[in-house]
Design a protein around this ligand. Structure first.
Ligand code: CP
Length: 309
């Protein structure tokens, strides 16, 4: 089993078969993670650097755990506290780290395209752990994997992505991934937070959250990315919550039981209420759990090793 790509820079570059291969491999790793001994020697003697230029809780811990479960040697780099503050460029930082014989790079950066840029200058396999407003491929893979666990084959399943679509790398990667798996995608949110030309990607659009909930099998709710907004795009968080936040009353008014997801971090009481986030319809923590097996699969497949254990 192998992928058609050398790096995982975005879901855009993957073939549907690649996604299926990642899911099948993740199934195997999920089984291994249920054992009392969760560690396998698969990536022994492989060195991986986690290069995080932007904050992260879930993605960084999940990658680090995935690497440790695979017995890889890991190095954690965060921009704060590094020589980046002394003016070192991204390429110089990466080349210096790679001079220490690193095989793979997991990279998060606030600039869209940073991992693509780096891939032109270094030989190591690069995994994009989120680049600006562009893509967050492993999030989309773990999201689709979690949906598939609940619904089976995603062909013709209806997925609503709700919230700040404009600034979300999770939204774009989810759209690419779900469409490659044959799902139907609707985006919903305030007009100011939905890109004008998003229909060109083949998704439907609504500005009414209740309409999206009535249509969908799964609602993937996204955070307002205030850190990426240079000017106010809605009047207040209170008003956003009133018109676009998801609460239990809305779910209870539906004629069916939908699945609710969120990539995290959650802003409770803004885009999602606690009575939804903590409800039995929410699979938010399943997403986090599946992140480890999915990332183990990506690391394993890009490392090009033959044996799973
Ligand atoms: N979902 C996600 O990317 O979360 P973190 O920013 O905490 O990694």
């Amino acid at each position: 089993m192998s992928l058609s790509v050398k790096h995982l820079l975005g879901i855009k570059d993957l073939q549907p078969q690649d996604i299926e291969t990642i899911f099948r491999t993740a199934d195997n790793f999920k089984e291994i993670l249920k054992r009392s001994i969760k560690k396998v020697p698969t990536l022994r003697d492989t060195t991986i650097v986690n290069l995080f230029y932007e904050n992260s809780t879930r993605t960084r811990i999940s990658f680090e755990l995935a690497e440790k479960r695979l017995s890889a040697d890991t190095i954690n780099f965060t921009a704060s506290g590094s020589s980046v503050s002394k003016g070192e460029t991204l390429i110089d930082t990466a080349k210096n780290i790679l001079a220490m014989k690193v095989d793979m790079v997991v990279m998060r950066h606030s600039a869209s395209g940073a991992p693509h840029f780096l891939s032109k200058y270094i030989d190591a396999a690069i995994i994009n752990a989120g680049d600006g407003t562009n893509e967050h491929p492993t999030q989309a893979l773990l999201d689709a994997y979690s949906m598939r666990e609940q619904l089976g084959d995603l062909k013709n399943k209806k997925i609503a992505i709700i919230g700040d679509i404009m600034h979300s790398r999770v939204a774009l990667s989810n759209i690419y991934c779900l469409q490659k798996l044959g799902a139907k995608v609707l985006v919903a949110g305030p007009p100011t937070l939905i890109p004008k030309h998003i229909k060109a990607l083949g998704v439907d659009v609504t500005y009414h959250v209740q309409e999206a909930l009535e249509w969908c099998d799964v609602a993937n709710v996204l955070r307002i990315q205030l850190e990426r907004q240079n000017m106010p795009l809605f009047s207040s968080l209170r008003e956003y919550s009133l018109y676009y936040g998801i609460n239990k009353k809305m779910l209870d008014s539906l004629q069916k039981k939908i699945i609710v997801m969120h990539p995290g971090p959650i802003n409770r009481g803004v885009e999602i209420n606690s009575d939804v986030a903590d409800s039995e319809q929410s699979i938010i923590l399943d997403q986090v759990e599946n992140g480890v097996a999915t990332r183990m699969a990506v690391l394993y497949l890009l490392a090009g090793k033959k044996d799973l254990e």
